[in-house]
Design a protein around this ligand. Structure first.
Ligand code: ADP
Ligand code: MG
Length: 682
């Protein structure tokens, strides 16, 4: 059988070299691409009975012309109308700006009209009309509407797709395993592709779509799972040998009892680590839910099993902070923790690198600098990282080139509804911590308009005179760090003027690491009362004495970002507050502020954010782990995605999938993915 993916579009009759060029802009290179270029909607030219039609609907009906047409002119515009007998109704049909039709509207002639039905006036505003005596094509069909542009017109596209189906339709192979096609009563691929383009009726169209949605999601999941399986196969992953008693000893040394969610996460992680496979697990939980402690247990286990661990974080501030808290936890156990960031240079850097190389240091905390060339971990077996540094295939291969294949634990403080988690992180196992450590007071959140800024300033004064501290977060201007910095500088001046008796600090991304460090030190020590900052503060900063988070122009931030910011307070024993200053114009913007004041549960928040924005928009630009599906729609096809995930996992887990000729075409689909090429070769 011919491989349609190997056939260039020029093999289609009517596609010239010139058209071929035009088609490239639409991502169409091969016959297969052409066949998979599905319409995004259909125009409905199916005949209807007027009695079934609701007022205002767009319909196609047949009738007979009963009167001489009348033309009215209004300047350059014109209106043409005549009486048409449709079923037993005498209806007025009206055309705008098509005076040339007049001659064709002869009394007694049959006509097919498509247009908008005005039931009260018995009027039809016609958008297109045809005469059956001319032998018409569109009538009683669903016409595909493709996304077109440039020299590619709708008519050309329709014609060419029809031609492609004629020439190659019989060669469309089935790629889904027969058992799945049978289990879900899926339309065979050949028929489904044809139907997607030219459905006879809505029902058939739905069946075709159902099949293509399943196929798309199944293949997507299959790739993720197969990729994971291949990595596991190839991994000479570390099987950590560490017994429960040892781990328990460490957990007992913590100043608190682990929450149920933390315990479950630890159990899952330890079981991954003990297995010879490479772990790839996502740990999600709200800010303050205690993820870092869970990571610490995992790092402890790695060290006790005789290996080294690394904690990789996005900023130097965070690295330093984690360095301090991990040292505190690990020192009593004789475990060496060191810091490696980009700003560490010269002799100090060399010392750290040497200590790592010699295996003197057990745990390294740092930024991206950790996996750069020139950095050697002879016994690295566990990397804990965060969402922004989700280990991609590239980073893994950097490590693998160094002869390492560590277990990877990715932490995220952006709780994602489960259904989305399995889409975006389908290649990972997911652990979620839902509850917070006991004894935390809820943070009171208020939304105020700008005109109340004075009262907010009073609030800041009150908290500070009670011995507490406050953050003031500056608005995001746009995706421009420079403007954000300027803005922070302005707000800083404004705050200094408004609060002359208080010490107001300033923190932003353009400061050097030492400057930032000093600012944070002063704030942590309570020497500055108010810290004006850009969102560099967002991730992980921990000053338990700060109880007030003020966000300026809060409508500019996403819900999850606001949630992260709010998580900077409420970390100590005192009642904490979050004040959102915002005048959102849109309904959605106002709703977002309301949601912030109503819930503090990150999972609920993300669920509502999802409902508000829709899944397509949900991940924003930062976490663009969301794949772009062609047919499937995340809002309506969630359950299919879950089903597809289970099916793909089961298939990948079966020995037959890798060997049987039955699955050869499916394996080939995977091979085509660049993702695998590197993997399979190396
Ligand atoms: P996350 O990394 O999820 O934001 P952390 O691990 O930094 O959260 O924990 C936040 C704070 O809560 C830390 O000060 C930590 O010591 C404390 N903490 C963590 N787990 C518990 C627990 N089970 N009980 C009480 N306090 C805890
Ligand atoms: Mg392992």
């Amino acid at each position: 059988m011919i491989d349609l993916q190997q056939c260039p579009v020029t093999m289609i009759k009517g596609v010239s070299a010139l058209k071929q060029q035009e088609l490239h802009a639409f991502g169409i290179f091969t016959v297969e691409d052409m066949l998979n270029y599905f319409p995004f909607r259909y125009e409905d030219y199916r005949l209807r009975q007027l009695s079934d039609v609701k007022d205002g609907e767009k319909i196609t009906v047949t009738g007979r012309i009963m009167s001489e047409p009348i033309t009215q002119r209004f300047g350059r515009k014109s209106k043409l109308s005549c009486r048409v007998m449709i079923e037993s109704w005498l209806v007025t049909a009206t055309w705008f700006n098509r005076p040339y039709l007049r001659e064709q509207l002869t009394q007694g002639r049959d006509i097919v009209l498509t247009g908008k039905w005005d039931q009260r006036r018995l009027q039809l505003t016609v958008s297109s009309s045809e005469f059956p005596d001319k032998g018409n094509s569109r009538v009683d069909t669903l016409q595909p509407v493709y996304s077109v542009g440039g020299k590619i017109t709708q008519t050309w596209m329709r014609k060419t797709i029809t031609q492609t189906l004629q020439q190659f339709g019989e060669a469309i192979p089935e790629i889904l395993p027969g058992e799945l096609v049978r289990r879900y009563r899926l339309m065979p691929r050949k028929m489904a592709v044809r139907t997607m383009h030219q459905p006879q009726n809505t029902d058939e169209g739905k069946q075709a779509r159902r099949r293509m949605v399943y196929e798309e999601l199944f293949l997507f999941q299959l790739k993720l799972h197969a990729f994971r399986a291949i990595t596991r196969e190839r991994s000479d992953g570390v099987a950590h040998e560490v017994d429960n008693a040892t781990v328990r000893q460490f957990v007992r040394s913590l100043p608190f009892e682990l929450t149920e969610g933390q315990k479950q996460a630890v159990t899952a992680i330890l079981s991954d680590m003990r297995s010879p496979y490479g772990m790839n697990r996502l740990l999600q939980g709200d800010v303050g839910s205690g993820k870092t402690v869970v990571a610490a247990v995992a790092l402890y286990a790695a060290v006790k099993a005789g290996f080294q661990g690394a904690l990789m974080v996005p900023t130097e501030i965070l690295a330093e902070q984690h360095m301090r808290s991990l040292s505190r936890l690990f020192e009593p156990h004789g475990i060496q923790v060191m810091l490696l960031t980009g700003s560490l240079t010269g002799r100090k850097r060399r010392d750290v690198l040497a200590a790592m190389q010699e295996g003197v240091v057990d745990i390294v905390v740092g930024t991206q600098a950790l996996i750069q060339e020139g950095v050697h971990f002879p016994r690295l077996s566990l990397v804990v990282t965060d969402e922004q540094h989700r280990f991609g295939v590239n980073q893994r291969s950097v490590l693998r080139r160094k002869g390492l294949n560590p277990d990877v634990l990715t932490m995220t403080a952006t709780p994602i509804p489960r259904t989305l988690a399995i889409t975006a992180f389908g290649d990972m196992e997911v652990s979620s911590i839902r509850e917070r450590p006991a004894g935390r007071k809820p943070i009171k959140t208020y939304w105020v308009k700008h005109e109340l800024l004075d009262r907010v300033l009073g609030f800041i004064r009150r908290e500070v005179s009670a011995g507490r501290q406050a953050y003031v977060i500056c608005p995001l201007i746009e995706e421009s760090d420079k403007l954000d910095v300027q803005n922070a500088i302005d707000v800083h001046i404004q705050m200094q003027q408004a609060l002359p008796d208080l010490a107001v600090g300033l923190l932003h991304g353009r400061m050097s690491a030492t400057e930032k460090d000093e600012v944070m030190r002063l704030f942590s020590a309570g020497e500055t009362h108010v810290l004006v900052s850009t969102t560099v503060i967002e991730v992980g900063v921990d000053v338990p004495n700060s109880t007030l988070m003020v966000v300026m122009d809060a409508e500019r931030f996403g819900l999850s970002q606001l949630h992260q910011l709010r998580g900077r307070v409420g970390r100590g024993e005192h009642q904490s507050y979050c004040v959102l200053i915002a005048d959102p114009k849109s309904e959605v913007g106002q709703e977002r502020m309301r949601i912030m004041t109503e819930t503090e549960d990150g999972f609920e928040l993300s669920q509502r954010d999802l409902e508000l924005r829709g899944p397509g928009d949900f991940f924003g630009t930062k976490q663009s782990g969301m794949p772009d599906f062609k047919v499937a729609d995340m809002a309506s096809d969630f359950s299919v995605l879950e089903q597809a995930r289970d099916d793909a996992a089961a298939l990948v887990g079966a020995e037959l999938f890798w060997t049987s000729p039955e699955y050869a075409s499916l394996r080939e689909v995977l091979q085509r993915e660049q993702l695998f090429q590197g993997e399979v070769v190396d």
